[in-house]
Design a protein around this ligand. Sequence first.
Ligand code: GUN
Length: 297
Amino acid sequence: MPAAIISGKDIARTIRDELNAQCAALAKEGLIPGLATVLVGDDPASRLYVGMKQRAAAEAGIHSRAETLPATTPESELLALIDELNADPAIHGILVQLPLPRHIDDSKVLLAIDPDKDVDGFHPVNVGRLATGDPEVLAPCTPRGVIEMLLRSGADPSGKHVVVVGRSNIVGKPMALLLLRKAAGGNATVTVAHSRTSDLGAVTRTADILVVAVGWPDTITRDMVKPGATVIDVGTNRVDDPEHPRGYRVVGDADFEGVREVAGAITPVPGGVGPMTIAMLLANTVEAAIRLRKAGR
Ligand code: GUN
């Protein structure tokens, strides 16, 4: 029997409906969560992602401010904008879309964001809070979305062996830390594999839950998956397809058709993890707004 499909699109819709209701209740108390997005340059994919985040925020009743700066913007100007957003009481979440142009130092920019407004969870203070198990941390949106998907599809990682393939700061590392937490959605036994892992298939075949985030199509084929395992595909890759009206298709990191023959459940691409990332950005913004209000800021 082919694997069940875990629809991130449907789960994200449910979460966004919950957030709409929460934002409506907060508005009655006089609190409108605010999200600022900062896009530097004109990378089409980044522009598309930021546009989706802005539209999702508006739909939830989150006040949004979109800052778009030219690719030639000096680092000092970007840092000055972040200072202004840090001080703006109407803004509770700040997201600087990555990657930044090469003349700008990413780590300096991420360090400048107020950790309490860091809705991406990339500031080193939040990375540390995540590593030490702080339950109130703003955790990175994509791995947080994966945890929500697992819980809401009945695949609680507690006690399971989860193999994470990929060690990026945006997905792989925070994914492993969330799965390790002594908290709902955590308590897993975690292995992190990556591009230098020898015999990747031998490792992935031991996974009850396999999370793949490497950014390369067909990294995971059916022979690399334990029968019945849950496969979460974080990849978003464009592959040429002359038969498609756009000339390309978007695929994940797993060979979907092959893997679904052996897996117990699998996320599609598109319509899997992507929509969850956006839902979690909104959730982080609402949480940040509530915490900042509590702190009197
Ligand atoms: N670029 C790719 N993924 C992300 C993300 O989750 N947040 C930001 N800010 N930039 C990204």
